[in-house]
Design a protein around this ligand. Structure first.
Ligand code: HEM
Length: 407
């Protein structure tokens, strides 16, 4: 294996990650990378190995205690109890605990179905577009701040059944969490997490007393084989849904706007047939890959990948974004083809932890793009991609702001 260093958090990488992914795959199906905050990790780089690692949940586990380690992933003795509870969510669990929690939340999801969310999402997009238009100064407006960021928060709050009037408070608490790019940012985010925690706790108690429409009440009431969620599980589930469902979708929506505006001929094809917008969103998920890696998996035994031995207890972070541009899986992978079919991208993960909210996220972004580009047919980037304010957080590809011209 090559000892080459790979930089996956610089601005240059965020602007154009393809050359780095090419070099990584050439170096091996798994490479060793040093990440800020996280330290040294193994990264599977090819489509084949990203898929295999994510599907083999017995060899590659979420809970490090199942790989011979002493503590839960990311959970430390000095952390406040609230944080320890939140970190022990379903995404951090192995079977059978994960299956039990996922079964319960899937049942609740069916009750608060995505199809029922379609009209509320259209209404939320329309009102957010009115706001975007009002905020424009000389025709220029930050589409992240006034559209791509508030919309997914509004949608997930609506789905959970949280009142609209609580949203701005909520957004203020959640904002520091989206900016965790340094240790200082992490501590600032702590305060917001305490507030969200108290708010959700109170709302869950209210849902117990007076059930209301939405996923939170459905989660309180759900029962399967005599099992239900206890208070701590409920809280960490609500927290997971809120944060997994927010930040990810912001970057997908921004990524879609940048990518479509940079490929006017592809945008024209889409304008010619909005019924295929689902294919366009899949292609942005593949080509832009807003979530570039999954959570770490721990090797539960010594395991060999492409001639490299990963010792038991070491962790791996599968590089979804590199798998998504692997020529072994996609023709002409560095080309954006708005109607690409088939498109078996891995942007929502694979295996037992595959994204629970993918249908919601896709529906929301499909509606948002169709309405945005129809209302503003002359939309254009006010700054080229290279000059945008790219986030440097490893694993996420997104911008802090996205100035556009509405006409
Ligand atoms: C663009 C939007 C989204 C992307 C790219 C995305 C991506 C992902 C990925 C890659 C995973 C797997 C992580 C891993 O295996 O370590 C995941 C899991 C998850 N996602 Fe999403 N997600 C998105 C939107 C959402 C939304 C809207 C929700 C909630 C409504 C959501 C809820 C979840 C949950 C609960 C899990 C954990 C599933 C489990 O452990 O079984 N996601 N997501």
């Amino acid at each position: 294996m090559s000892a080459e260093k790979f930089d996956v958090s610089s601005k240059a990488f965020k602007i154009d990650p393809f050359p780095t992914f090419r070099r990584m795959r050439e170096a091996g199906a798994v490479v060793r990378v040093k990440l800020p905050f996280i330290g040294r990790t193994w990264m599977p780089t090819t489509y084949e190995w990203v898929d295999r690692v994510l599907r083999d949940h017995k060899t590659f586990v979420q809970d490090p205690r199942n790989a011979g380690k002493r503590s839960y992933a990311g959970v430390r003795w000095w952390m406040p109890r609230m944080l320890r509870v939140l970190l022990k969510n379903m995404l951090a669990k192995d079977e059978p605990d994960h299956r039990r929690l996922r079964g319960l939340v899937e049942k609740a999801f069916v009750r608060a179905s995505v199809e029922e969310m379609r009209q509320p999402v259209v209404d939320l997009v329309e009102s957010q577009l009115d706001l975007l238009e009002r905020e424009a100064d000389g025709g220029v407006v930050d589409v992240t701040r006034h559209f791509a960021r508030p919309l997914p928060l509004a949608v997930i709050c609506e789905m959970l059944g949280l009142p609209a009037e609580d949203r701005s408070r909520f957004a203020a608490w959640a904002e520091p969490l989206s900016n965790v790019e340094s240790l200082f940012g992490f501590w600032r985010a702590f305060r917001g997490m305490f507030k969200v925690n108290d708010y959700l706790k109170g709302t869950i108690e209210e849902c117990r007393r007076n059930p209301r429409p939405g996923l939170l009440s459905a989660l309180v009431e759900v029962e399967q084989d005599g099992e239900s969620l206890d208070d701590e599980e409920l809280l960490s589930m609500a927290f997971l849904l809120l944060f997994a469902g927010h930040e990810t979708t912001v970057h997908l929506l921004d990524g879609a706007i940048v990518t479509l505006l940079e490929h006017p001929e592809q945008l024209d094809r889409l304008r010619g047939d909005w019924s295929k917008v689902d294919l366009a969103v899949d292609e942005v998920l593949r080509y832009f890959s807003p979530i570039q890696v999954t959570k770490p998996r721990y090797a539960s035994r010594d395991v060999e990948i492409d001639g490299v031995t990963i010792p038991r207890g070491d962790f791996l972070m599968p590089l979804l974004a590199s798998a998504n541009c692997d020529p072994a899986a996609f023709d002409d992978p560095e080309t954006f083809d708005v109607f690409r079919t088939p498109n078996p991208h891995v942007s929502f993960g694979r295996g037992i932890h595959v994204c629970l909210g993918m249908k919601l996220a896709k529906t929301e972004v499909e509606i948002a793009l169709a309405l945005l580009f129809t209302r503003f047919p002359n939309l254009s980037l006010a700054k080229p991609r290279a000059d945008l304010d790219w986030m440097q957080r490893p694993g996420t590809r997104g911008v802090r702001s996205l100035p556009v011209r509405l006409s």
